[in-house]
Design a protein around this ligand. Structure first.
Ligand SMILES: Nc1ncnc2c1ncn2[C@@H]1O[C@H](COP(=O)(O)OP(=O)(O)OP(=O)(O)O)[C@@H](O)[C@H]1O
Ligand SMILES: [Mg+2]
Length: 354
């Protein structure tokens, strides 16, 4: 559906986007994820036609659109500030683009009503933008973008201005909208939990490049490198070395898949804090240390454990029992038991990528 080949954008000396190859399937919900300045908006703007690539090509539906202006591409973009026309009613805001492109007034109004219905604002067509909440304005901007039935909807941090509750509500609505209209969505976010929750595919970027693209569960379970592992979800990292008897770390040896990493060479390893077990005292085949601190987080408690010169994390689900007497105490001796399949390896120890 969308194919980017060698797409590059340089701003003088600054490389905004660096030779990106990407294919997006028709009807997919794809997110571009990465820290501030990694090139997400620039990439999205190039797909939309609002930024001219320095090199590379963009094709949509098998057609090369690299040199086409935004209004001649089958895409629509919702900008982060979703600027609505303040002096126009909600209904006229949504219908505006249709009228400009020559649609009759009554037909445009009817289309606008359909789009507003889809975002749950059918009853607010007469309202003025300033009479709406931030989340409602956001939805008007969405209606305005979908009303022209673009094949691709580009969303640049569409939910970033919303508070946590509204944001989750809008996440659900965006997913529903995506299912309903069957368009291809490409959304930018720097919020990894939002990316995991919403997308079919996540494209992780760093310094203008794509470091990994995968389905959310694959990205979470098999991060390509320490950068992805540290950016998507939480990872506890430690250094160790594979030996014939297992993985040796902090002077202790634990079971590990034989081919986890090359033997006899220091390397970086890690695990997800919620995938491991915490036992009291010393237990064979685990990493024993002492509880440092507990961070209570409502549904879970993150326990930090000092093991040798390292500090590892374990997430415990809070059940009623654990909340009263099951939690470890600071300084208590504990053992982290990591199921071998949950161990991740990240190459030579010198690589402090994350
Ligand atoms: N018009 C411009 N002129 C010069 N440099 C630019 C321009 N637009 C973007 N850049 C640079 O390109 C890089 C990528 O910017 P971009 O806006 O794509 O990042 P981003 O991933 O969207 O970040 P954020 O999460 O902060 O929005 C940054 O280093 C930025 O400073
Ligand atoms: Mg941006």
């Amino acid at each position: 559906m969308i194919e980017l080949t060698g797409l590059t954008k340089r701003f003088g000396e600054v490389v905004g986007v660096d030779c990106v190859d990407l294919r997006v399937e028709e009807g997919a919900f794809v997110t571009l994820l990465g820290p501030s300045g990694c090139g997400k908006s620039t990439l999205l703007r190039m797909i939309g036609g609002f930024e001219e690539p320095t090199e590379g090509t963009i094709s949509i539906d098998g057609r090369d659109v690299t040199d086409l202006p935004p209004n001649r591409r089958p895409v629509n973009m919702v900008f982060q500030d979703y600027a609505l026309f303040p002096h126009m009613s909600v209904g006229r805001n949504v219908a505006y683009g249709l009228k400009v492109s020559g649609m009759a007034r009554s037909e445009a109004a009817a289309e606008a009503r359909k789009a507003l219905d889809m975002v749950g604002l059918a009853d607010r067509a007469e309202a003025m933008p300033h009479q709406l909440s931030g989340g409602q304005r956001q939805r008007v901007a969405l209606a305005r973008a979908i009303v022209r039935h673009p094949k691709v909807l580009l969303l640049d941090e569409p939910l970033s201005a919303l508070d946590a509750n509204l944001r989750e509500q809008m996440q659900v609505e965006l997913r529903r909208l995506h299912r309903l209209v069957g368009l291809t969505f490409i959304m930018v976010t720097h919020d990894q939990s939002e990316a995991l929750a919403m997308s079919d595919r996540i494209v992780v970027m760093r310094d203008g490049r794509v470091v990994q693209q995968a389905a959310p569960s694959e990205l979470y379970d098999k991060p390509a490198d320490a950068y992805v592992a540290g950016f998507v979800g939480t990872t506890s990292f430690f250094e160790g070395e594979m030996t014939r008897t297992g993985l040796r770390a902090f002077g202790q040896t634990i079971r590990a898949p034989k081919d986890l990493a090359p033997h006899g060479r220091p390397a970086r390893f890690g695990y997800r804090p919620e995938k491991v077990e915490l036992r009291q005292g010393h237990v064979a085949d685990g990493l024993t240390g002492h509880v440092d601190e507990l961070l209570y987080r409502g549904d879970a408690v993150r326990v930090f454990v000092n093991v040798g010169d390292g500090r590892l994390a374990v997430d415990l689900q809070v059940t009623d029992r654990a909340a009263t007497d099951g939690l470890p105490r600071p300084d208590e001796a504990v053992t982290i038991v990591i199921p071998p399949a949950r161990l991740m390896a990240f190459g030579p120890a010198a690589d402090k990528a994350a």
